[in-house]
Design a protein around this ligand. Structure first.
Ligand code: SAM
Length: 290
């Protein structure tokens, strides 16, 4: 094992990960502009969209498409270029690449090929919403988009509802109300939530209140624009009040979601501030009766 240094003078190119604004073009950093000007190629989620951004900053670097539908075919091509000395910057449509956006597979492939991966800090909707939410900023758990339906969605909601950390979710305006309804069922109507809408844009707005108040508000007022949901962690008193059956159900939900029993037990114990042995005994005793 060794450290991979980002800035070494070798014959290979680098992979720069470059955040772009989530609405307000003034949030582009000086360094992002400099890197996009200096690299040989920009790998973009949507080349037309990124072309507009580059034009705005008078950047003339060539573009190549890199999105979720051509990831597998494009990666070997990009890796080969970097192996031969080409410096590439990867950008997504908005915000930080790899954060609910394409990128992670390319990063993995670059690391495997011993190509330096150079991340730039910059805009992301998640922490921008978090810091203005009025809800505890740490510890926080960034989830991204919930699964759309079925068992996966149910299990994700159960898992998130039991977390003591603040949770951050991305959601489209068309699904905000449905998601709020599901949150009310699993997190409870009174759990505190902040909906951050159209961050950094003209119509930026925050709704802060209980989940039920948010449902009432967005039933009356059509949810428009982009949303981040910041949800308060499970209150300590509810954690303490969790019944044995609820603990077992929470362990089962994690197992059904693909976790090994021991990992699920450890996770639920840690979320509920219980000794692992207590949850282990509880789970296995009940299981033994079935
Ligand atoms: N990579 C991006 C980032 O770093 O935040 C996220 C991209 S993801 C495909 C798009 C989602 O991010 C939207 O559905 C919304 O939940 C959130 N989002 C992006 N821009 C936003 C904005 N200006 N205001 C609120 N939410 C935003």
């Amino acid at each position: 094992m060794k450290e991979q240094k980002s800035f070494v003078d070798n014959s290979k190119g680098c992979l720069f990960l470059v955040p772009t604004p989530i609405g307000n073009l003034d949030d582009m950093t000086f360094r992002a502009v400099k890197v996009l000007k200096e690299v040989d190629l920009v790998a973009a989620e949507d080349t037309r969209n990124t072309k507009n951004l580059l034009n705005h900053f008078e950047i003339t670097t060539d573009l190549i498409s890199f999105h979720e539908h051509n990831t597998a075919s494009r990666i070997p091509e990009l890796i080969e270029k970097m192996e031969q000395g080409t410096n590439i910057a990867q950008v997504s449509d908005a915000g930080t690449p790899s954060i609910s956006d394409p990128g992670k597979e390319l990063v993995k492939a670059a690391i495997k090929a011993d190509i330096a991966v150079v991340p730039l800090p910059g805009a992301t909707a998640s922490t921008t919403a978090l810091i203005a939410s009025g809800i505890a900023p740490q510890p926080f758990y960034f989830y991204g988009f919930l699964p759309r339906k079925g068992k996966e969605r149910t299990e994700a909601l159960v898992d998130l509802a039991n977390r003591m950390e603040t949770t951050i979710i991305y959601e489209s305006p068309y699904r905000v109300l449905k998601t709020l309804d599901d949150l009310a069922a699993d997190f409870g109507e009174q759990r505190q939530i902040t909906l951050a809408r159209e961050l950094t844009k003209l119509h930026e707005a925050f709704f802060r209140g209980s989940i039920q108040e948010a449902i009432d508000y967005y039933t009356e007022n059509d949810p428009k624009g982009e949303f981040v949901l910041v949800i308060a962690g499970k209150p300590q008193e509810q954690v303490e009040a969790m019944t044995d059956e609820q603990i077992i159900a929470a362990v089962n939900a994690l197992i059904e979601a693909g976790n090994k029993p021991n990992k699920a037990i450890k996770e639920i114990a840690s979320q509920n501030d219980l000794k692992k042995q207590v949850v282990y005994n509880l789970y296995h005793n009940i299981e033994g009766k079935n």
